[in-house]
Design a protein. Structure first.
Length: 227
């Protein structure tokens, strides 16, 4: 089964509430065309003005689609629909989940807890193989050790599918059980005694394989429309 992810961005004049409603409406319309699965990860509120995580203040939505057709056929089908909905970029991705939640809430309801979405750009000078090795074999283990992650999904960009999609290396989806665990630095980095050492460990590690200047972190909400 092929997984496609389409990015929708809000113009500066669109409020958070209007963008939230538009993203939900887009996902509802897409659902009518029969994807195998569809999930929306989207901005629903302004992030805290002061946070240890450098959350972007612009609005983003990612529509994730799964299709049983061949990759080229699936992309051709969904590109037409998502372009009409104003998608800014689209990618075919290879998904892996080192830690996965067990979904026990109904479709159409927001995933409980706190969610963060991160767009990754590879550090200059690294090959694709070295980038993946440092991400999958190194950083993923560190993230699971440091953060109270309940769900951790890695989406490696296989290829852009929507013309004009900017270069991107990966999309990370992370969930914790409570919003406080994400927004409270002490909780997110392992407690008072481990917080500062863990922050340094994470910073040193991500600088080895990511372009931090291009990193995009978003405080988001997740909603499965068809799980």
């Amino acid at each position: 089964m092929v997984k496609l992810q389409y990015l929708l961005r809000a113009p500066a004049t669109e409020s958070v509430g209007a963008f939230r409603d538009r993203a939900v409406a887009v996902s509802g319309r897409i659902l009518a065309y029969g994807p195998a699965r569809v999930k929306l990860t989207y901005t629903t509120e302004e992030p805290p003005r002061f946070s240890v995580m450098p959350f972007r203040r612009d609005r983003l939505a990612v529509v994730s689609l799964w299709d049983e057709a061949a990759p080229e056929e699936a992309a051709a089908r969904w590109n037409v629909l998502l372009q009409a909905e104003g998608a800014a970029a689209g990618y075919r991705v290879d998904e892996s989940a080192p830690r996965a939640y067990r979904r026990d809430w109904p479709a159409g309801h927001d995933t409980p807890g706190g969610s963060m979405l991160t767009l990754l750009h590879r550090r200059d000078g690294l090959t694709d193989a070295e980038f993946l090795r440092r991400w999958h074999d190194g950083h993923s283990h560190l993230a699971l050790d440091v953060h109270p992650l309940w769900n951790y999904v890695r989406n490696v960009i296989v290829a852009p599918v929507l013309p004009g999609s900017p270069p991107l290396c990966g999309i990370v989806e992370e969930q914790v059980r409570t919003r406080g665990e994400l927004l409270n630095a002490v909780q997110f980095f392992g407690g008072w005694l481990r917080m500062v050492p863990n922050m340094l460990r994470v910073l040193i590690d991500v600088r080895r394989f990511l372009d931090l200047g291009a990193l995009e972190n978003y405080l988001v909400t997740e909603r499965w429309f068809r799980p």
